[in-house]
Design a protein around this ligand. Structure first.
Ligand code: FNR
Length: 185
């Protein structure tokens, strides 16, 4: 069957390396995946006081997430952790209490950085939240993409054959993971 995968990019930058990587991953994915990029930029900071009368952007976001079959997170690392804008999106989607939009959806996490550590800290801090959110995040293969500033050609294609092959395998493994864990909401 086909699965709808929500793509969440942890950078708001127009020329974001992680956005480029997310687009490349979509191209490398098997045909049973359909992708929807979910915009996290317009979400006001989560504030529990507003649960009774939530901002329209929170409601729209939650309604976009709920029907998704699976989640793909592609994120930079900010100060060795998850960028605030992505953490805020996780928090917004997780509430009101007991009505989390994320509940049980299989996920994959990819991090990318120009640096050598490839966003490892962000990747694992994100996984910490996913454990609590009951989101089964694929353990293997792991994807910490270092040197990401040298990864793309002028058309946004992955210029490195080894990395392209690795990411192709990553998306195949993710398809298998989704088949195992998707709830077919
Ligand atoms: C960074 N950057 C960064 N890189 C990294 O590997 N580890 C880190 O802890 C940080 N910390 C950090 C904090 C802040 C506030 C910024 C703005 C940047 C550099 C970061 O990897 C680089 O800017 C990437 O290009 C950001 O990803 P996008 O926007 O290109 O997807």
């Amino acid at each position: 069957g086909t699965y709808t995968v929500g793509v969440f990019v942890g950078s708001l930058r127009k020329d974001s390396l992680n956005l480029k990587l997310a687009k490349a991953l979509v191209e490398l994915a098997p045909s049973e995946f359909k992708f929807e990029f979910v915009d996290i930029a317009p979400l006001p900071h989560y504030n529990e006081d507003e649960d009774a009368d939530p901002p329209a952007a929170w409601k729209e976001f939650r309604e976009k997430v709920k029907p998704l079959d699976a989640l793909l997170f592609v994120t930079p690392e900010y100060n060795r952790s998850v960028p605030g804008v992505l953490k805020n999106a996780l928090d917004v989607g997780s509430r009101p209490y007991g009505q989390s939009a994320w509940e049980g959806k299989p996920a994959a996490v990819v991090s990318a950085s120009p640096g050598g550590i490839g966003g490892f800290g962000a990747n694992h801090h994100l996984r910490q939240s996913l454990v609590f959110l009951n989101v089964p995040a694929m353990q293997q293969p792991e994807a910490y993409i270092g040197g990401a500033n040298k990864l793309f050609d002028e058309n946004g294609q992955i210029a490195n054959d080894g990395t392209r092959k690795f990411l192709h395998g990553f998306m195949d493994a993710f398809a298998h993971w989704v088949e195992l864990h998707a709830k077919r909401v």
